[in-house]
Design a binder for this molecule. Structure first.
Ligand code: GDP
Ligand code: MN
Length: 398
């Protein structure tokens, strides 16, 4: 998943024929002054950060003139908006709002197809307006026709001429959703202006990064992982993204820092990793990071991941475990761990390390690890036992 920042998403909206306010992304106060002058009149200044709720947080400001715009921007530059430092702002023409609506298209895991969600009570308090939500599942083979789009808005409570404008926006959103392998497309608020226009005042767009091969233009607008981390990617996370993308067709190795803890965690399989992490925490362990690997990643990826995990400052123990029926080769895992230990100059007598793995090439894997002095457990041990063993070793090491 990759998030497309608001100004880029709005450029794609514009291409598709969805009205957006005139706006300029700025990274200096001087740029803000110029933008406000060019736009003229009242402007909105928003922190360009990939999180929602900026309005309530105080990261959306309004200015009557260029001087005020600069003042607002000065307050936003450098502001930490829910973990994201603001280095760019979006200066936009201020809309004259008659009414705010909510509209989004995402995937419904139940129908395995797109679902449209609309609400005539949009805006910053949309979470409190659940009683007016209306939904429509779309059959991907039939698509969304004009009638269905207008009908949904009508059911939601829009009347008169406005139905046509709101319907058109929805149809264009659906086209955009399909065109770019979008995972989430949200406009909140979709503004009906006092002169009857429908304009996207905000834009949230998350795309499937597996689709970047088809959409090179969008790839340049999106930052991979932006939505996964919940914080700006750290240097180690960026390095791991780079390594993971070197050969995107064989396996994945993903890594997220948690900002606390002392156990380097390198686990396999999304579900297996989660269960292992829960097991470790339930037994009193504190992972520094979360990882997921799967699909039998290449040596290069596995070594990269092992080095990334093992090089974390403050690491006092290492656990590599996961589900047993994994298709990731145990010898590749073992070689990666041992290579990382050697290249980083880690003394396995001093850093407790436990590997619990089974599956393809496990005998080779066991041999490689044991020769390097690393404790290996096969499928005869449970995840719980592996976690307990590591914690015991760490305690003895104190
Ligand atoms: P978010 O809080 O991160 O979703 O940021 P938004 O871009 O949605 O802005 C938050 C709120 O600011 C919106 O819900 C609107 O109420 C208000 N807002 C944004 N743009 C405009 C505008 O052009 N004119 C007016 N009057 N209000 C705006
Ligand atoms: Mn919004």
């Amino acid at each position: 998943m990759a998030r497309v920042l608001e100004h880029y998403a709005k450029s794609l909206f514009k291409e598709m024929g969805i009205n957006v306010p005139t706006g300029v992304a700025c990274s200096t106060e001087e740029e803000v002054r110029q933008a406000a002058e060019e736009i003229g009149g009242k402007v909105v200044i928003k922190a360009l950060v990939p999180v929602g709720g900026r309005g309530k947080f105080g990261a959306v400001k309004f200015a009557e003139n260029p001087a005020e715009a600069v003042e607002c921007a000065a307050g936003l530059f450098g502001m930490n908006v829910k973990g994201w430092p603001c280095s760019m702002v979006l200066v936009e023409q201020c809309l004259d709002i008659k009414k705010e609506y909510y509209v989004s298209i995402t995937f419904d895991s139940r129908t395995r197809g797109p679902i449209i969600i609309v609400n005539v009570q949009g805006g910053v308090n949309v979470e409190d307006a659940s009683s007016t939500i209306k939904k429509l599942s779309v059959d991907i083979l039939r698509g969304l026709d004009s009638y269905a789009a207008r009908n949904l808005w009508e059911k939601a409570g829009i009347t008169g001429k406005a139905i046509r404008g709101a319907g058109e926006i929805l149809e264009k959103m659906y086209q955009l959703f399909c065109k770019y392998d979008v995972k989430l497309l949200e406009i909140n608020p979709l503004v009906e202006t006092v002169d009857g226009q429908f304009v996207a005042a905000d834009a949230v767009m998350t795309v499937d990064d597996e689709g970047f091969k088809r959409h090179k233009d969008v790839a340049g607008m999106a930052e991979y992982g932006l939505d996964n981390f919940g914080h700006p990617p750290t240097d180690r996370e960026k390095e791991m993204i780079r390594i993971d993308q070197l050969d995107p067709y064989r396996g994945t190795a993903r890594y997220v820092e948690l900002g606390a803890g002392d156990i380097g965690f390198m686990c396999g399989g999304g579900g297996g990793s989660l269960v292992m992490m829960d097991t470790l925490i339930r037994n009193g362990g504190k992972p520094i990071n979360y990882t997921e690997m799967g699909g039998n990643p290449t040596d290069r990826k596995m070594i990269g991941l092992a080095k990334t995990v093992l090089s974390q400052p403050g690491i006092k123990g290492f656990l590599r475990a996961g589900n047993i029926s994994s298709n990731t080769q145990v010898d590749i895992v073992a070689k990666a761990v041992v290579t990382a230990v050697q290249e980083l100059g880690i003394d396995t007598q001093k850093l407790p390390m436990v590997v619990r793995a089974a599956g393809l090439h496990e005998d080779e894997g066991r041999k490689i690890l044991e020769e390097a002095g690393i404790k290996y457990f096969g499928e005869e041990y449970t995840m719980e036992q592996a976690a307990k063993k590591l914690l015991e070793m760490m305690k003895a090491n104190q």
